[in-house]
Design a protein around this ligand. Structure first.
Ligand SMILES: *Cc1c(COP(=O)(O)O)cnc(C)c1O
Length: 345
């Protein structure tokens, strides 16, 4: 089993500290729910007192509602192809094109869909440009505009100059709404903007820093499923590889279905580094690639690429090997991971 163990007290202490430091926080629970699953994050957001929860897509709205009865903000922009949701009193659409505004109004009839107007940032992902924002102002009849949204790139330097320009566009649009949902601002930037735009309510949308901000509260382990001693030259695996030296093949749970993937080859990336390692006869010279599984304090090499639900590791003979049933630590990217089990520790 690939298990995520949450140190519940520590995790909740961290969550509360992030919530307290970010008044108006909108927790983001999208995709695989950052490894926790959307329903668990939704229930956790409710317990933290959040009134709005953001999801990525319309397909995720139902899961978010399982444990959360506040407002669900959909981050992907509404498009006419979205036929599931036009008006829903608990759903806020993100809209970023004039034709989508028009279509949403036309479909809604007498209902008043709740919308957030996304402003195009240097991300160039979605949103209204300055002139379109002014045009949008005249096309909002029948919609409840709850705010603007700014999705900023991960910081390479300060966002303040860009946000300042965008806020000028927001004010110039003439749309009389004073709430802005922002993504990826630092705490210092948030503080600075809150004082520069004191008449605006800034609502930071935060996922990673909230759910995954204290990695020490989270531990991922894999179960050792089998251990086989091998001599140099012994054949193993799907591809009939041979062991480069004496050691053990250790089979652990966790494979591609869990999001376990190949990592970059160990050591330096240059040809010269690689030539040097091959000259030394290292295991990576035999084409072995580092795995995220740790045995005896070291990340071990994959004996072959991960299988769907298990991985085969090669452990050289001078290393203590775990026993079947033992657990080994695994380093994962939470946003692509699926766990067999989530345990509270
Ligand atoms: C995913 C997402 C976020 C949250 O991003 P994190 O880096 O996980 O905090 C915020 N805003 C938007 C628009 C997003 O798509």
């Amino acid at each position: 089993m690939l298990t995520l163990t949450i140190d519940e007290q520590r995790w909740h202490r961290h969550l509360r500290s992030v919530v307290e430091a970010h008044p108006g926080i909108v927790p983001v629970a999208k995709g695989n729910g950052y490894g926790f699953g959307i329903p668990r994050l939704a229930a956790t957001a409710a317990s933290l007192g959040a009134d709005v929860l953001a999801v990525g897509t319309y397909a995720e709205v139902a899961a978010a509602r399982e444990g959360f009865d506040g407002t669900v903000l959909v981050l992907s922009p509404w498009r006419p192809s979205e036929t599931r949701t036009v008006y829903d009193p608990r759903v806020v659409h993100t809209v970023g094109r004039l034709e989508d505004l028009d279509e949403l109004r036309a479909r809604a009839g007498v209902d008043r869909p709740r919308v957030v107007l996304e402003v195009l940032t240097s991300m160039l992902r979605h949103g209204f440009r300055r002139r379109e924002l002014r045009e949008a102002a005249a096309r909002l009849d029948g919609l409840d505009v709850e705010g603007f949204a700014l999705h900023l790139p991960m910081a390479h330097g300060s966002h303040l100059g860009e946000v300042g320009r965008l806020m000028t566009d927001v004010v110039a649009s003439g749309i009389d709404v004073r709430r802005v949902y922002v993504s990826h601002l630092t705490d210092a930037e948030l503080a600075s903007l809150s004082s520069s735009y004191a008449d605006f309510e800034l609502r930071p949308r935060i996922g990673t820093r909230l759910w995954l901000g204290d990695r020490g509260a989270l531990r991922v382990t894999a179960t050792v499923l089998d251990v086989h001693p091998v001599e140099r030259g012994d054949v193993f695996g799907y591809r009939g590889r041979t062991a480069p030296r004496q050691g053990h093949i250790v089979v652990v749970s966790g494979g591609t279905a869990h999001g376990i993937g190949l990592e970059a080859p160990t050591g330096g990336a240059t040809l010269r580094d690689r030539a040097a390692r091959i000259a030394k006869g290292g295991l990576d010279a035999a084409g072995f690639v580092r795995s995220p599984f740790t045995i005896d304090g070291k990340q071990r090499l994959f004996a072959e690429p991960p299988h769907m639900q298990a991985s085969m590791l090669f452990v050289p003979h001078d290393t203590p090997v775990p026993r079947v049933g033992d657990r080994v630590d695994v380093r994962v990217r939470f946003t692509v991971s699926t766990f067999d089990e989530i345990a509270l520790g």
